[in-house]
Design a protein around this ligand. Sequence first.
Ligand code: NAD
Length: 434
Amino acid sequence: MLTNLINEKKARVGVIGLGYVGLPLVIEFGRAGFSVTGFDIDQSKVTQLTQGKSYIRHIPEDAIRQLVEGGRFTATTDFSGIRDTDCLLICVPTPLTKNREPDMKYVADTARAMAPHLKKGQLISLESTTYPGTTREVLIPLLEKGSGLKADADFFVAYSPEREDPNNPDFNTRTIPKVVGADSPEGREAALALYDQVVEQTVPVSDTPTAEATKLMENIFRAVNIALVNELKVIFDRMGIDVWEVIRAASTKPFGYMPFYPGPGLGGHCIPIDPFYLTWKAREFGVTTRFIELAGEVNWQMPEYVVQRLMWMLNKHGIALAKSRLLILGMAYKKDVDDYRESPSLRIMEILKESGAEVDFHDPYVPRMGPSREYPQFAGMESVDIATIPDYDAVLILTNHSVFDYNTIVESARLVLDTRNACGDIQSDKITKA
Ligand SMILES: NC(=O)c1ccc[n+]([C@@H]2O[C@H](COP(=O)([O-])OP(=O)(O)OC[C@H]3O[C@@H](n4cnc5c(N)ncnc54)[C@H](O)[C@@H]3O)[C@@H](O)[C@H]2O)c1
């Protein structure tokens, strides 16, 4: 019955967690003709979305406004509306705790808040990135306990990892193939029917742990390869070889090689965090994840390496780090986005300030830093005018936003530390690569 409702686009879709992952799903299901309700605990996001406003830079406001005005999208903090939905997608955060262990608080809170409002025949799909076993061991028991219903008898459960790459012009929610795992044939059928409405290709796998493991494998692959290229960068720098030129040349090999790029460290909500979900779970099975630990170690050291290169550059000009005035260009963790969660710029700014340097930042997409658990000291800091570049001893390019005019930056700066090869085509002895 649920599958028929879905195929006729009469199923009502609920998205829980209206962030970087949840909002694109809202838009896709809305565009496909479904009526969508968004649930979030953050009243300010709900208020903005209800007014048809996007609070994320690269998520188009038009799309949200059209859905709101067309009556196909409402947002709420009231979870009792769960009862009026047929399919629910959970897209809440899965960070690490202070001790770098999986923080299941958001998934568990969501399950507890949903459970009293569940009804028979619903499909619940978890999209948050997590360790294999989460759906079976955390989500289902809480849903069953709070609802008195039985999973895969009264309601269906699936796990379908999100592969969103914010602001990637080549791929979007619709064109990225979607892996779908479920622990019952009925759950899999319903989940595939649902996702087939909005993505070009669904990839069924045999159960929820396989789908959970697939997502972790993808992100561990990235973390390990980024660590490898970061290590090679440090080695090649010492040898006087330009790692960027090496990557460009190696990339001409048509098979068996895939380019990864070095940088000032790992950032974002996924790659620095997700691999450690597996590390934690592997301990239960008496297994250590040596590749993941090593990659983490190399990647975590990159901000320190950037600071070492900076000190070397400043020393050459007789400037002590403790007495320097520095401008960071780019707080976001990658180019052209406004997301600075886990950004290496934060750690680098912390080290520099602790060393006594005077540090400001400029980022057109981060006008003001908000509160964060790890860097509360930066809350309220504001992006300075880019025209102030000549006032600083050095500029550190930590994020290569496309809007930056690198020629002008190099011309107006006294010294430039480039961690992204953003000035790769510019000849100037002011530039030091890091
Ligand atoms: N951002 C990405 O590029 C990306 C890509 C792939 C996978 N993921 C994964 O997707 C998940 C969500 O990430 P995100 O980047 O969208 O996070 P986000 O912080 O942008 O959004 C999460 C939303 O969930 C809300 N929320 C928190 N607790 C809630 C609760 N109990 N009930 C309802 N809403 C709640 C928050 O207020 C927030 O709006 C994570 O597991 C992440 O690892 C993210």
